[in-house]
Structure formats: structure tokens, C-alpha cells
Design a protein around this ligand. Structure first.
Ligand SMILES: Nc1nc2c(ncn2[C@@H]2O[C@H](COP(=O)(O)OP(=O)(O)O)[C@@H](O)[C@H]2O)c(=O)[nH]1
Ligand SMILES: [Mg+2]
Length: 198
């Protein structure tokens, strides 16, 4: 994918604040600090279009970006941050479920998980949600550079098993080595409507 332009559009909490539904959209989700912002920046060849942070749980807004004037990228705030009070968790859940449920241009979700961690109830609940609303999703295991090749394979097997999935259902990714960048773009393109001009 050649990135001609990538710009921040706006932040939103509720549908009346979302940008208009003018193009297909892909959303990115994952636990706080999993590397979601870094992954989006890597896909877009940008250093800091999406702000990365070493303090987890900061972003509590849905951030909309526009790529090449024809594709939307949406950064969904991270879940599972332990220190967030129950009331905030509830608001978060409502905000995300509303987005998933109402956004007509949402073509799929990239669900980002840490290769070093077995997915927990939050990930499983999120996938159940997506299945319930018939939203296709791509499973990515990031921070692959933190493990040796042997460990990567082992972890991929363990994670696949824990989700009753196949090891090939996951894309290994690293913002450091750029592993997985092309396979992830290919998977994203597969979710987008075919454009005869491209
Ligand atoms: N080694 C390594 N570190 C990463 C990778 N992706 C993200 N990080 C680091 O993980 C931290 C959280 O990243 P960020 O993108 O802000 O996570 P977010 O909260 O999910 O958006 C930052 O310190 C990043 O530099 C990766 O693939 N490899
Ligand atoms: Mg982030």
C-alpha cells in the first residue's frame, strides 16, 4: 500500500461526534499498552501520527484517521487497564459497543494481542462481541521481536490453542523489525470492498 496521505480527523465519544461515513473503515483494538498506536504508525510509515505512550490507559476517546482520502483507520482506546475504575470501564464498554454496533462503514477490526501473553477474558469477550455483530476481525500478535524464533512459534501455538484457533489464524508482528507489515496490509485489503480503479 502506498501511503500518499495520513491525517488525524477527530476524536469522538458518541455517534453524533463521529466523522461522516464517507469511506470504508478499519478499527484497531487491544489491551492498553499492547502496541496499538505503534502498529498503526508502522502500517502508515509514520513516526508519531498516532501518539504512543509508556503510560497505559491514557486514551479514552475513539480517534479517527483518514488515509489517502479513501480509507478510515480508527484507534479504539485500550481495554483491560487494571487501575481504571468500574464506572469508567462501563463507559468504555458502552462507547466501544455503540461504535461497533452503529458504524455502517466499519469493515473489520484488527485485534492486537501481545505475543508473550495468553489472551484473557477481555480479549475473548471482545471477539464474542465482534462475532455477535458480524464484524470480521484479524488477529495480530505483536512485540514478536521480544522473543526468539523458537519462543515465537511456541507462544503462537499456546495462544492459538487457548482460543481454539489455528496457528495460521494469527499474524506475527513487530514494530521494531516490521515483521508482519505486508501480511497485515494484505489481510486489511481483503476486508475492503474491491475498487476496480486500483
Ligand atoms: N519491542 C517492541 N516494543 C513495542 C512494539 N510495539 C510497541 N512497543 C512499545 O510498547 C509501548 C506501548 O506502545 P503503544 O503503541 O503506545 O501502545 P498502545 O497503548 O497499545 O497504543 C511503547 O513503549 C512502545 O515503544 C514492538 O513491536 N516491539
Ligand atoms: Mg495508544
Amino acid at each position: 500500500m502506498i501511503i500518499k496521505s495520513a491525517e488525524f480527523v477527530k476524536s469522538a465519544v458518541k455517534p453524533s461526534h463521529y466523522p461522516e461515513e464517507n469511506q470504508p473503515e478499519i478499527a484497531f483494538a487491544g489491551r492498553s499498552n499492547v502496541g496499538k498506536s505503534s502498529l498503526i504508525n508502522t502500517l502508515l510509515n509514520r513516526k508519531n501520527l498516532v501518539k504512543t505512550s509508556s503510560t497505559p490507559g491514557r486514551t479514552q476517546l475513539i480517534n479517527f484517521f483518514l488515509i489517502n482520502d479513501s480509507l478510515g483507520f480508527v484507534d479504539i482506546p485500550g481495554y483491560g487497564y487494571a487501575k481504571v475504575p468500574a464506572a469508567v470501564k462501563k463507559t468504555w464498554g458502552t462507547m466501544i459497543e455503540t461504535y461497533i454496533q452503529t458504524r455502517k462503514t466499519l469493515k473489520g477490526v484488527v485485534l492486537i494481542m501481545d505475543l508473550r501473553r495468553v489472551p484473557g477474558p477481555e480479549e475473548i469477550a471482545f471477539m464474542d462481541w465482534l462475532n455477535y455483530y458480524n464484524i470480521p476481525f484479524i488477529r495480530v500478535l505483536t512485540k514478536a521481536d521480544k522473543l526468539s524464533k523458537t519462543q515465537q512459534k511456541q507462544q503462537q501455538m499456546i495462544i492459538a490453542k487457548s482460543l481454539s484457533a489455528d496457528k495460521d489464524d494469527f499474524i506475527l508482528f513487530s514494530t521494531k523489525s516490521k515483521t508482519g507489515k505486508k501480511p497485515l496490509w494484505d489481510a486489511i485489503k481483503n476486508l475492503l470492498p474491491k475498487n476496480p480503479q486500483q
